[in-house]
Design a binder for this molecule. Structure first.
Ligand code: SOE
Length: 374
């Protein structure tokens, strides 16, 4: 039996996403029969003491304060980018030049121009690459994808409707953190959480033909500094396959902590998902076989069967999984792609298409009219 190769990972970033990814690298190696061993080789961050604490907490072997050294380290196979959006491009391009496989947190970049450069770099480097849109790997979302592909809600989709709502910056006294600065984040709710629902729209329904959007910055000053990103955005759009999109991303919905819901209506049925009940998928079928004339209604699927995506690696039916498992599923699929040198969706080319929709939405908000996607 050929010994498994070992993939050395360098993680750039150590805060919220750095911790979610650290946990996921460990759990993927534990719960999934990966085609390679995973080594938590190096974790990078500017604050050595803080990075040391996270390294100790999650078992990273080495601490580095200069990401360039980690990216150039010949023993590193995978670079995992969990930094603020403004450094994604520079780090990814350096990693591609050094022949590293790259996992990059969403959104891919600050703008389309950077995203295009990242796509060109990974193409030139011939390296496996993925954008970490973890919600694609919620089992209920992966099941929805399978059901749509099997035609269970019909060949024709009419509507994709999604809302991603949070409330962490409703307080005007909340400070101007990097996610609220356009030079660090690129945009506000649009790129941070809007990128998730645009990615899911593209994944579940198809590519956009055009979009029309309106955004608002409700709190215009924080700490005496002007807020130059959107606090909320509302988008409508049309897919190339004729379906209509209604999307909303807001950080000003008191009580909604990290709530995203989606509904897809097809000619033969509908699917409904709510992240606050992430182990469930609601399904309505118009097919006569599904229910007698007076027995129609949404079926509430508990997505915990071993036949459901990823679930066989976890617990018996009815024992639920959580937000952190979506990152574990992402790492497991990414490692498979790295070892087999195949595409791991969504890759950077996907990330570029999502960035183009985000940029079209921002442009639409500025010019006050619909913007086509070329
Ligand atoms: C903040 O809005 C945030 O951490 C996003 O950046 C993540 O992508 C999302 O999954 C949770 O909320």
């Amino acid at each position: 039996m050929k010994a498994k190769r070992t993939l050395n990972v360098a993680l750039i970033g150590y805060k919220f996403m750095g911790k979610a990814h650290s946990n996921a690298w460990r759990q993927a190696a534990t719960f999934f029969d990966l085609p390679a061993n995973i080594r938590l080789t190096t974790i990078c961050g500017r604050n050595r003491a803080a990075v040391r604490r996270v390294a100790k907490q999650f078992g990273w072997e080495n601490v580095e304060t200069d990401w360039r050294k980690a990216v150039a380290d010949r023993k590193i196979d995978i670079v995992d980018i969990c930094t603020p959006n403004d450094s994604h491009c520079e780090i990814a391009m350096a990693a591609a030049r050094n022949g590293k496989a790259i996992l990059c947190e969403k959104p891919l970049a600050l703008d389309v121009d950077q995203a295009k450069r990242m796509v060109a770099a990974v193409k030139k480097g011939g390296v496996v690459n993925m954008v970490c849109h973890n919600y694609r790997r919620v089992p209920a979302i992966a099941l929805a994808k399978e059901m749509i592909e099997r035609g269970e809600i019909g060949e024709r989709i009419f509507h994709f409707r999604a809302r991603y709502a949070q409330d962490w910056i409703v307080d005007p006294e909340f400070p101007l953190v990097w996610r609220l600065q356009s030079d660090r984040a690129g945009s506000g709710a649009l790129g941070d959480i809007g990128s998730h629902i645009v990615d899911l729209a593209r994944y579940l329904v198809g590519e956009f033909k055009d979009v029309c959007a309106m955004s608002e910055t409700f709190v215009k000053q924080r700490g005496g500094r002007r807020v130059d990103v959107d606090d909320a955005v509302t988008m409508i759009g049309r897919f190339r396959n004729g379906a209509l999109a209604s999307l909303e991303a807001t950080r000003f919905a008191p009580g909604r902590k990290n709530a995203f819901t989606l509904e897809i209506n097809g000619c033969d049925g509908s699917l409904v998902f709510d992240l606050e009940e992430m182990n469930r998928l609601r399904f309505f079928s118009r097919s006569p076989a599904a229910a007698g004339q007076d027995r129609q209604g949404f079926r509430d699927i508990l997505v915990t069967e071993p036949t459901h995506p990823y679930i066989d690696k976890w617990w018996p039916p009815g024992h639920l999984i959580g937000y952190e498992h979506t990152f574990v599923h992402t790492m497991a699929d990414f490692v498979g792609a790295v070892v087999r040198r195949r595409k791991a969706g969504p890759d950077f080319a996907d990330g570029l298409k999502t960035q183009q929709v985000l940029e079209a939405a921002a442009k639409s908000g500025r010019v006050g009219r619909r913007v086509a996607l070329n």
